[in-house]
Design a binder for this molecule. Structure first.
Ligand SMILES: [Zn+2]
Length: 210
């Protein structure tokens, strides 16, 4: 993984335990959604400066493509000083662990996504108690993504791995696996560990083998 000094963009979550100085920028993938041809009239797109950066613009009808990051939502479910993680069943990061999470659908609010993903992946019905933090990562080849992490309490359901989760587990701060999927998730989880242990925790330590 190519390492570069962080510009500290997007790591603020209100916690004092962010190891900002050691955070490294993950790789940036090219936008897989950038169109070669106009989505409206099929003319070949041309790069034109619009709003401060070059964007694909249709010379025929003028349609402009604006690349946008995705938005994800996750739940931080803490029971007896342990948090619930799911092991991913598929790539990217197949076999790696993360907070239950998913992409916000076009017509969804992030809080609804968090509740829906918790049920789909863990079988648990949850109630969100507060926003834990807002994170960002560009190491997902599908899209750079912001991630809203919510504190959540279990109010029903039955724990079982569902959807694309291969396995579930509750982990104490010292038991957290060293292969946490996605940079934003690593920063969020490192903050939680740091809060519990009262120390700074480097999120890069949870992306081993990356
Ligand atoms: Zn066009």
């Amino acid at each position: 993984m190519p390492l570069a000094e962080s510009n500290k963009r997007g790591y603020n979550s209100g916690s004092d335990c962010v190891a900002e100085a050691k955070v490294v920028e993950p790789r940036n993938y090219p936008d897989p959604g950038q169109p070669e041809f106009c989505g409206r009239c099929t003319t070949k797109m041309e790069p034109v400066e619009r709003g401060g950066r070059p964007r694909p613009v249709c010379p025929q009808c003028g349609w402009t493509y604006f690349a946008r990051p995705a938005f994800g939502a996750a739940v931080l479910i803490e029971v007896e000083e342990k948090i619930l993680l799911v092991r991913r069943g598929h790539d990217p990061y197949g076999g790696w662990w993360m907070l239950p999470a998913g992409f916000v659908e076009y017509d969804e609010w992030a809080a609804e996504t968090a509740v829906r993903e918790a049920l789909e992946e863990t079988g648990l019905e949850v109630r969100l108690s507060k926003l834990y933090g807002l994170y960002y990562g560009s190491d997902d080849p599908r899209n750079p993504s912001h991630l809203a992490v919510f504190h959540a309490e279990v109010v029903g359901g039955q724990l079982r791995a569902g959807d694309d989760a291969a396995e579930l587990g509750f982990f104490s701060p010292l038991e957290i696996p060293r292969n946490i999927a996605f940079h934003g998730q690593r920063v969020a989880i490192a903050e939680w560990i740091g809060t519990k242990l009262g120390t700074l925790v480097d999120p890069a330590g949870y992306g081993e083998n990356d």
